[in-house]
Write a protein of this length. Structure first.
Ligand code: SF4
Length: 65
């Protein structure tokens, strides 16, 4: 799995960080998403898919495989 987080689209809602804190963080200055792990381990996949589906700005993309 490969994950991307588009900082231009992100509105800083923080949902992804709550859902998958091992993979997403937020910048201290403006709460915009920061990707911690672009190729997360299997154990994080479900949470990452959930975060992508729940992002209000559709800023998270997931490529399976
Ligand atoms: S859920 Fe989406 S809009 Fe909210 S912080 Fe994460 S990437 Fe940004």
């Amino acid at each position: 799995m490969k994950v991307a987080a588009d900082q231009e689209r992100c509105v800083g809602s923080g949902q992804c960080l709550l859902t998958a804190p091992e993979v997403f963080d937020q910048r201290d200055s403006d709460a915009i998403v920061e990707l911690l792990d672009a190729e997360p381990p299997e154990s994080e996949h479900a949470a990452v898919r959930h975060a992508a589906a729940g992002c209000p700005a559709a800023a998270i993309t997931v490529h399976e495989g």
